[in-house]
Design a protein around this ligand. Sequence first.
Ligand code: PBE
Length: 302
Amino acid sequence: MKRFKTLGLTVGISAALLLAACGDDTGSSDNTTEKEASIGEEVGYTIVGIEPGAGITGLTYDALEQYENLEGWTLQESSTVGMIGSLDQAIRNEEPIIVTGWKPHWKFSAYDLKILEDPKGALGGEEYTNTLVRKGLEKDLPDLYTILDRFHWEPEDVEQVMLEASNSDFDSAAAEWIQNNENKVNEWTEGITKGDGEELKLITTTWDSELASSSVMKQVINELGYEVNVIPVDPAIMFQAIATGEGDASLSAALPTTHDAFYKKHKEDIVDLGENLKGTQNGFVVPAYMDIDSIEDLDPKN
Ligand code: PBE
């Protein structure tokens, strides 16, 4: 009983403080010298980013140049895990935060988030994920080339594998997806001759969406009698590996904007088999409770 009373008292006091605070706010609103803290001030003019080697990191530096209102802002590079940790903590405390984010990603089902409008298109518009193979793969391993060329799926498929992997691991998540999607898999493998243990070096980036596609493809190709080695690396290394022939294929090229710099550098030396996934998107992502809709709503430092 005593505990409840104490609690009641605390709630009473908090409510009184809240009312007093609201009263203060109303008072200061006609006082032009006292402004509420802007979102920029609240987040320290900082965008919480991910790995330095990510395409989205480079695009964010471009955005900081392109938007005049982002004068004085900085990108705090970290890792995907670090970015999610900061986002999670901010949301627990109902504090403002701006992170570099992308779809498909489970954070959009775990939290109520919005992607800020990007009228200059600095972070790219609707993005695709493309399949790349090394020159000569078509001649050396024509059946694998055909499967890779046929491979495509939808954002919902990727999300299913990512979600399941968060409860288990990518191998079991991929196995389950394959079991539930026989028709799709059969479209990719129809008429393919079985292999005899030939090896495919599948280069991937390290993000969940790419680990999802690579894990699914690994098992599909494995079952056809090939050995698959999945090698997770930074985007720059991935493009270089396909261009030099050290890697055979990748399902992880984010285009036309995200990996454009790497693509331009190597495009003469790689074979682009086109999209395997449509409807991906990058952006500055904020919790839905923040009162802001566009990158242009942010205020410059000073
Ligand atoms: N991403 C996910 C990657 C590509 C896919 C947006 C984090 C990147 O920025 O390179």
